[in-house]
Design a protein around this ligand. Structure first.
Ligand SMILES: Nc1ncnc2c1ncn2[C@@H]1O[C@H](COP(=O)(O)OP(=O)(O)O)[C@@H](O)[C@H]1O
Ligand SMILES: [Mg+2]
Length: 306
């Protein structure tokens, strides 16, 4: 596609200082301090209600902070919001499109609002995602609507991408196209800030992660460091029933359960002892299980108070 290299922006591309949105009853966002740098793919993780969408809406000036401030590309998000919106691609979490229009017409309309985009860039994106631009939006599945959302976020070749839960609802092939697009734009120096409520969804694409809980930042770290404290889970399906005791007591294993021919394991650190123990039997399949964010929080608190 027509994406070119960017000049490097000095300083953080996204910076928030005490950013808060108080909805009352301890809901909203409280005192967020965050810095994201050029070329980073930064994951914003947290359970539903943590304040991820609120943060993104604040950055786009769709809502006003109760206190604190934020800068995107050095611009104040409140006072210079038009310039921020011009240079940012945004995928809202609650994207609504015009149901009667075709995907193409929706994108044309949004392109016009932006003062025009390169049609070749849009078409290349549509091809990558296998998006059907000719059908009316109301006939599209959720996944296909999300594709349109992604195309509109990327089509004007923005310097910064703010993507609210972009991966949820994409089928695996489209996820792969999306991952490779993220790698490309990041290599060009563009900055990606994306949210998710599951670690497994973003672990392949993000360089650094922040975890938000109840409106407060819990931790900002590299994926590598977070994984070190994360409890990982695996489901191993054997050809014949295997005793869970074979896995209990292995280095790092905290829990092992057998049910029929399947053993479910929780472990920390290296997967190697588990794999070697499993290999004594005929293995039919190995499924990673979704990480439990709560457990990562707990582990993190234990480590930081130890
Ligand atoms: N417009 C609003 N009015 C009142 N409360 C809100 C509003 N928007 C969000 N909230 C509350 O703020 C908290 C954070 O919401 P949100 O940012 O949507 O979380 P997330 O995107 O992480 O799931 C939740 O408790 C939510 O109910
Ligand atoms: Mg949200």
């Amino acid at each position: 596609m027509g994406y070119g290299e960017l000049a490097v922006t000095p300083g953080p591309v996204i910076a928030t200082a005490g950013l808060s949105k108080d909805y009352g009853a301890d809901r909203g966002l409280f005192g967020l301090d965050l810095e994201i740098h050029a070329g980073e793919v930064f994951g914003f993780l947290g359970p539903n209600g943590a304040g991820k969408s609120t943060t993104m809406r604040l950055l786009l000036d769709l809502i006003k902070p109760s206190s604190g401030s934020a800068r995107v590309l050095g611009l104040d998000t409140s006072r210079e919001s038009l310039e921020v919106r011009r240079r940012v691609g945004y995928l809202p979490g609650d994207l609504t499109l015009y149901p009667k229009l075709s995907g193409r017409a929706v994108l044309d309309y949004l392109a016009e609002l932006r003062g025009g985009v390169d049609g070749r860039v849009r078409d290349a994106l549509a091809e990558r995602f296998g998006a059907d631009l000719d059908r009316p939006v109301r006939e599209l599945s959720t996944g296909n609507r999300r594709k349109l959302g992604l195309i509109q976020a990327f089509m004007h070749e923005p310097e910064v991408l703010i993507l609210d839960e972009p991966i949820a609802g994409l089928d695996p092939l489209v996820q792969q196209s999306f991952h490779s697009l993220l790698a490309e734009v990041s290599a060009q120096g563009r900055t990606v800030f994306l949210s998710s409520h599951t670690l497994s969804e973003v672990e392949r694409v993000t360089h650094r992660l922040a975890i938000l809980r109840r409106g407060r930042l819990v931790v900002v770290d590299s994926l590598e460091n977070l994984k070190r404290v994360a409890v990982q889970r695996l489901e191993i399906e054997f050809a014949r029933p295997v005793d869970a005791d074979e896995f209990r007591g292995l280095p790092g294993v905290t829990e092992a359960r057998a049910e029929g021919r399947t053993v479910t394991l929780s472990f920390e650190g290296s997967v190697d002892p588990v794999v070697k123990a499993a290999a004594r039997h005929e293995v039919r399949a190995i499924h990673p299980r979704e990480d439990d964010l709560e457990e990562i929080f707990l582990r993190y608190y234990q480590e930081s108070s130890a």
